[in-house]
Design a protein around this ligand. Structure first.
Ligand code: G3H
Ligand code: 13P
Ligand code: ZN
Length: 303
């Protein structure tokens, strides 16, 4: 059932688990996520980046997500890293049930001002807003940040009080993409604890993919060239949840599973060119990946 961001996260906050937020770009990705969430009886957030909306079209993604939300589990359709006001307005109007406004690239005061405005806009449809403070590293289609600027606890308190966001994405050492750390993987858990002491709303971890070695290995075995990759280890995800993270974003792991699945199939079945077989293999691997993460997040059985 379609659920708002604030409702899905309120329960996670109370129950000390995290809701998985997975990026969708097409039907197979959405099907894989929903099949996994239904199997694990888990609430789930389907999120669309501005790049995904550009690629697939808002109407297509809405239809796919709304269809997925007919299942008997809580499903939120969320805008990920919204920066363009017209896209944000369109999503609110079209029936997205969660909005992230990403003003992390702006000066502090401007971020507060813009975020507050989006909170007011979204409130007209009773939709909660996720804000972002600090910068998560890495580069995706539209979002690029060369360095990580860690979130300051005192700033986080002021930001939440002044904007009215229902959730806050914080920077504690993660990056988007498959290359999150040089050397050892380390989240700043002490900083997370300090932020948690000051604010009482759900906290969000972006750039949280695990970048499983077996997926990278499979992709590389069949022709990919992914070197030096490193994700957030499962143990640190658990630690982050124990210390107050209630929403965990994952995109890269889905991309890796998609890639590894397709490459394997094409190499092993060179005479088969049926898209259903090719994408079917990718979908199965993505579902397994999501199931693993939902269990890790402690959201299994919470639907
Ligand atoms: O955080 C960003 C997501 O991974 C989406 O990436 O903008 O390339 O769709 P994208
Ligand atoms: P990953 O690149 O670690 O999957 O992070 C995705 C994300 O934060 C989307 O907002
Ligand atoms: Zn992100």
């Amino acid at each position: 059932m379609l659920t708002t961001l604030q409702d899905i996260l309120k329960k996670a906050h109370k129950g000390n688990y995290a809701v998985g937020a997975f990026n969708i770009n097409n039907m197979e990705i959405c099907q894989a996520i929903i099949a996994a969430a239904v199997k694990q009886k888990s609430p789930v957030i389907l999120q669309t980046s501005e790049g995904a909306l550009e690629y697939a079209g808002m109407d297509y993604l809405k239809c796919i997500a709304y269809n997925a939300a007919k299942q008997n589990i809580p499903v939120c359709l969320h805008l990920d890293h919204g920066r363009d006001l017209s896209i944000i307005k369109d999503c609110i109007k079209a029936g997205w049930t969660g909005i992230m406004y990403d003003g992390s690239h702006l000066p502090f005061k401007q971020n507060i001002k813009n975020t507050k405005k989006i909170v007011q806009l979204a409130a007209t449809k009773n939709i909660g807003v996720e804000g972002e403070l600090g910068t998560i590293g890495g580069a995706e289609d539209k979002i690029t940040a060369r360095t990580i600027i860690y979130t300051e606890p005192e700033d986080a308190k002021e930001f939440v009080e002044k904007t009215g966001v229902c959730a806050l994405a914080i920077a504690i050492g993660t990056s988007h993409g498959a290359h999150k750390f040089h050397g050892t993987a380390k989240l700043d858990i002490k900083r997370l604890q300090d932020i948690k002491k000051k604010i009482k709303i759900p906290l969000v971890l972006h750039g949280a993919s695990g970048v499983p070695r077996f997926l990278v290995k499979q992709a590389n075995k069949y022709g990919a060239q992914i070197t030096g990759s490193m994700g957030v280890p499962d143990e640190q995800i658990k630690q982050a949840i124990r210390n107050g993270i209630n929403k965990i974003n994952t995109d890269t792991d889905l991309r890796l599973a998609f890639d590894a699945g397709i490459r394997k199939f094409l190499k092993e079945q060179p005479t088969d060119f049926d898209p259903r077989h090719i994408l079917g293999e990718a979908r199965t691997l993505m579902q397994q990946t999501v199931e693993h993460r939902l269990k890790l997040f402690g959201s299994r059985g919470k639907a």
